[in-house]
Design a protein around this ligand. Structure first.
Ligand code: BEZ
Length: 261
């Protein structure tokens, strides 16, 4: 996963693989939309620990995975030594040779200047190449973030103090950006995907520790745990009504083509 804004310590890649494997599992579906072909060159943008890059390679394509987090890249390289991974920022990367497709799962929402990302993707693709991706969209994790804001407000922290870490676009806005970047959008789907946190031993609390750093870092000294507890309390009725935590994810999935000429 590429991120525009990482916690100072970076990702806990062990916890990521252990408790958030669902991210890559959901991405397997997206491979059906990518349909990697033997011999194709494919870039996995925001490859995280490399599970989907490995799936792409298993289908006979030549894959390059990039991620802005060095720990993620190191883990990907250790797990899949035969594949090529590099540390690069989704907003400024460049490739030596163009690729047939750029693939991205659950990463684009960490890159807060989408125009620059789309521009890099367009430059990385050969004419006629495709951009196939899924990202968090408008209202993604809204129940969780509203509860975080409330928990912080109860401790005297203003909403404006939080550097909101994600870009969750509305459908129309993202289509406009892709078109402005020269792409032809051939498929786009916005949908709610309630996401069980079954591998998170501590349910939503684990999710908050993994992904909620920008919120937790604004808590007064020694009160981050209180913010977690209160957020859990505020969301339990909606997100864990039967004892199983289900996060309120929404997705934007699309295929966009770079014109052949
Ligand atoms: C997502 O995949 O939508 C997501 C993951 C972590 C934080 C926020 C969103």
């Amino acid at each position: 996963m590429a991120k525009a804004d990482v916690p100072e310590s970076g990702w806990d890649v062990g916890l990521y693989d252990k408790s958030f494997g669902f991210i890559a599992r959901y991405g397997t579906d997206l491979l059906e939309l990518l349909r990697p072909q033997p011999g194709e060159r494919i870039l996995d943008l925001g490859c995280g620990t490399g599970a989907l890059a490995a799936e792409i390679a298993a289908r006979g394509s030549q894959v390059i995975g990039i991620d802005s987090d060095p720990d993620m890249v190191a883990r990907a390289q250790a797990q899949y030594p035969a594949l090529r991974f590099a540390c690069a920022d989704g907003r400024s990367f460049g490739l030596d040779e163009p690729v047939d497709a750029v693939f991205s799962n659950a990463a684009l929402h960490w890159m807060k200047t989408p125009e620059t990302v789309i521009d890099c993707v367009a430059r990385a693709l050969r004419p006629g190449g495709r951009f196939v991706a899924e990202m968090g969209a408008d209202k993604n994790v809204a129940t969780i973030t509203e509860a975080l804001y409330q928990a912080l407000a109860e401790l005297g922290v203003a909403r404006a103090a939080v550097d909101f870490p994600w870009y969750f676009p509305r459908t129309g806005a993202y289509v406009a950006l892709l078109e402005a970047g020269g792409f032809e959008v051939t498929y786009l789907h916005y949908f709610a995907r309630p996401t069980p946190l079954d591998d998170c031993e501590n349910g939503l609390a684990d999710w908050l520790r993994m992904f909620g750093q920008n919120f937790l870092n604004t808590a007064p000294a020694n009160r981050a745990e209180r913010v977690i507890e209160r957020t859990v309390e505020l969301t339990r009725d909606r997100l864990c009504p039967d004892g199983r935590w289900i996060a309120d994810y929404t997705r934007l999935r699309f295929v966009a083509l770079k014109p052949a000429s």
